[in-house]
Design a protein around this ligand. Structure first.
Ligand code: ATP
Ligand code: MG
Ligand code: MG
Ligand code: MG
Length: 439
């Protein structure tokens, strides 16, 4: 993409109502535009990041054997009356009436809808296990929408639902989700720590939240610092193996790590004092096992091996796809701007032409652009007629991992400059070598 043809409405000043770094930077970098409280348009740069995060979520869900569907955002209230949540959900539920006076709602989550799909089409245990998920817009009429996309009213969420014959099978599904979530967050350059949590309005027995440590997080968390040494890395996992998935769960959840809702001071005090940490965290996901709560209320049964109809065991599992954009920035920025992890960056590298209109510089930039594109990377070429300082400022603000600076002086010596956004280190090297470094 050439910057002169792109739509990147950067702001010079930080809007006054944005109080945390990610919100300020997303506005300044022209990623989003607020439309009303907690409701945003995603502008090209923000939309690219959102799509990259979404893609990682899809890829990791596919590896775990989970199947993508898409359910409607507007749902019938009658379905929610069956589970009792139409009234129980409270003021966060946006209730709508159509012209025929039918009660509808905008989905804040989709346990009822997916259970309705399940009961219409699945009747035998032989069709299990089954996990269906979607990535879809949700609406919750939050009391205090704030921090930009981190606590929106409209937000983009991955929600997955497992259906299993037995509690043991459903707990295996729970563990599969835990493993796939660890991998998902790591691919985004994030450490998200599974912490024992409270189940809230969805209701359930087993639940973990995934928290990214950040001073601006809304949750208070208590943990053994040893949990921050754990990484999933690139190890292989057989998602069908109960032992392997259970092993990962034990490895990542046996150390003390809880949110304030379930914090237990006595248990926390058993952690060696020098490893006890109190901090703040951003909830970027949650997994639940809730058994037969919805399947019993809504008649989602299957015929078991003995021919008897039994309600299925279920769980639901969410990732805050749009919140992650903010969370990643909270975890990765400096005073100049965003620092995108390679896994989610909107463009792989920026090309800065120091002398737009100089035939040699223009040609060198174009051939770098072509070489990177041919190698399957997406560069952003700043071909505007602007001062070098302004171009560097824009690149630093939007946070691409690499910048290639091209100018007549370097080209005389056959070199361009390759700069890492993260370390700030620069190196002069031949254009070919710069390309080779990035692919
Ligand atoms: P929170 O405690 O922050 O209100 P939640 O526990 O109500 O979140 P879940 O029902 O667990 O949310 O939804 C799954 C994920 O969706 C959350 O872990 C979070 O990452 C994301 N999410 C929830 N509410 C919002 C929101 N208002 N704006 C953006 N993302 C959200
Ligand atoms: Mg909430
Ligand atoms: Mg929560
Ligand atoms: Mg939650």
């Amino acid at each position: 993409m050439r910057l002169s043809r792109y739509f990147l409405p950067v702001l010079k000043e930080s809007p006054r109502d944005a109080t945390i770094a990610s919100h300020q930077l997303m506005l300044r970098a022209g990623m989003i535009k607020q439309s009303s409280a907690g409701i945003y348009s995603w502008l090209p740069l923000g939309f690219k990041v959102l799509r990259r995060i979404e893609q990682i979520v899809h890829e990791e869900q596919a590896k775990a054997g989970h199947i993508a569907i898409q359910m409607p955002t507007i749902q019938s209230a009658d379905l929610w009356r069956e589970s009792g949540r139409y009234d129980a959900y409270g003021d966060e539920l946006l209730r709508i009436t159509d012209r025929h006076k039918n009660d509808l709602l905008f989905t804040p989550t989709a346990e009822e809808m997916v259970t309705d799909i399940f009961r219409a089409h699945v009747s035998s245990y032989k069709q299990l296990p089954l996990t269906l998920y979607q990535i879809q817009w949700k609406f919750r009429d939050e009391r205090r929408p704030r921090f930009g996309v981190m606590r929106g009213r409209e937000f983009y969420m991955k929600d997955g639902y497992n259906f299993d014959l037995t509690k043991e099978d459903a707990l295996h599904a729970y563990n599969r989700h835990l493993v796939s979530y660890l991998r998902t967050y790591e691919r985004m350059g994030l450490q998200a720590i599974p912490m024992r949590a409270d189940s809230g309005p969805i209701g359930g027995d087993d639940t973990h939240e995934f928290l990214v440590l950040a001073d601006t997080g809304e949750s208070e968390v208590f943990y053994d610092s040893a949990v921050t040494d754990l990484t999933f890395g690139d190890r292989e996992i057989d998602y069908d193996s109960v032992e392997q998935c259970q092993g990962v769960l034990e490895e990542f959840t046996s150390k003390y790590a809880r949110t304030d809702e379930t914090h237990d001071e006595a248990k926390f005090n058993e952690v060696p004092e020098e490893r006890r940490r109190t901090a703040r965290g951003i909830e970027v996901g949650q997994i639940f096992y809730f058994g037969t709560k919805y399947s019993e209320a809504m008649g989602a049964t299957v015929q078991g091996p003995d021919g008897k109809a039994v309600p299925v065991h279920m769980g639901s599992h969410g990732i805050g796809v749009s919140r992650l954009v903010g969370a990643i920035i909270e975890a990765s920025h400096d005073d100049k701007g965003i620092i995108w992890p390679e896994g989610v960056t909107p463009f792989h590298a920026g090309i800065v032409n120091l002398k737009q209109g100089d035939a040699e510089a223009d040609a060198a930039c174009q051939s770098l652009y072509d070489a990177l594109t041919e190698a399957g990377l997406e560069p952003l070429y700043d071909d505007r007629d602007e001062r070098a300082g302004a171009k560097f400022g824009t690149m630093d603000l939007i946070g691409l991992p690499w910048r290639i600076t091209v100018g007549p002086r370097g080209l005389k010596n056959g070199v361009v400059e390759l700069t890492s956004r993260k370390t700030g280190e620069s190196e002069e090297l031949a254009p070919d070598a710069a390309v080779a470094r990035l692919v």
